[in-house]
Design a protein around this ligand. Structure first.
Ligand code: APR
Length: 227
């Protein structure tokens, strides 16, 4: 499985590229989610991420997240979920705890990384969050997010390549399929002869390249497929 911001839309979390609600509609990505932006103004970048951190804690997993967690409980070790989302909602729905694997390809908003040691620590509750946060080692921490121009976590990406290359069926849910290497996973599965099904209310760049595309929202599409 590969999911994008669309699976969290029904939890009230704005997607990135939907013009009317998307995050980027108000900001230019390079002004916020990039190493130069952080070097230039760490407080401003942390202000933005602290706001998103509060938003995702206030959100709840939706039916799409829950159906994927249930599917994992049926499939066990054969179930692999790679998400581009950083909202932590798949983990809160229980994905990765029913015998399958969950990898967060772009990091998550709930933790931060010691800038000197690279160690990752969970963020304190929002009311106790100072920005920029300081690690237990006394070093400043940066958001544990993969920014534009940065590499994805190697172990997570390698596991995803392996899982998609060996998949019989892959679902591509709620992603515009424009950001690589994540979007490439769908094509790798296709190249190995898998059945790759997209669930998205809109057509995407991947649509013409996949086995077929369900023009549905994540929850409804998963319900139809899993019935
Ligand atoms: N159910 C399913 N899909 C939906 C829903 C829904 N309810 N609502 C919107 N979508 C679809 C949109 O049609 C769009 O194709 O979700 C997709 C969201 O696309 P993006 O906003 O581009 O988000 P995503 O594909 O996850 O972005 C990938 O880009 O900005 C970077 O790192 C960031 O992880 C992000 C990556």
């Amino acid at each position: 499985m590969l999911t994008g911001a669309g699976i969290s839309a029904e939890s009230g979390i704005p997607t990135f590229r939907d013009a009317q609600t998307g995050h980027w509609a108000r900001f230019r990505p390079e002004d916020l989610a990039s190493p130069p932006a952080y070097q230039r103004d760490p407080e401003m970048v942390w202000e933005w991420y602290a706001g998103r951190y509060r938003d995702v804690l206030a959100a709840q997993p939706n039916e799409g997240h829950r159906l994927l967690a249930e599917l994992e409980a049926h499939k066990g070790a054969g179930f692999f979920l790679a998400t581009q989302n950083v909202d932590g909602l798949h983990a809160r729905a229980g994905s990765g705890t029913h015998g399958g694997t969950l990898v967060e390809l772009h990091g998550n908003l709930l933790s931060a990384r010691d800038e000197k040691t690279g160690e990752i620590f969970p963020l304190p509750a929002p009311e106790g969050l100072q920005t920029p946060p300081v690690s237990p080692n006394g070093n400043r921490m940066r958001p544990n997010i993969v920014w534009f121009g940065e590499y994805l976590p190697e172990a997570a990406l390698n596991a995803a390549h392996q899982a998609f290359a060996g998949a019989e069926v892959a679902l591509i849910i709620g992603t515009s399929g424009v950001v690589y290497p994540a979007a490439g996973l769908a094509l790798e599965a296709m190249a190995e002869g898998a059945t790759v099904i997209e669930i998205n209310p809109d057509e995407t760049e991947l649509t013409p390249l996949l086995t077929f595309s369900l023009r549905e929202k994540a929850g409804q599409g998963l319900r139809l497929l899993l019935e």
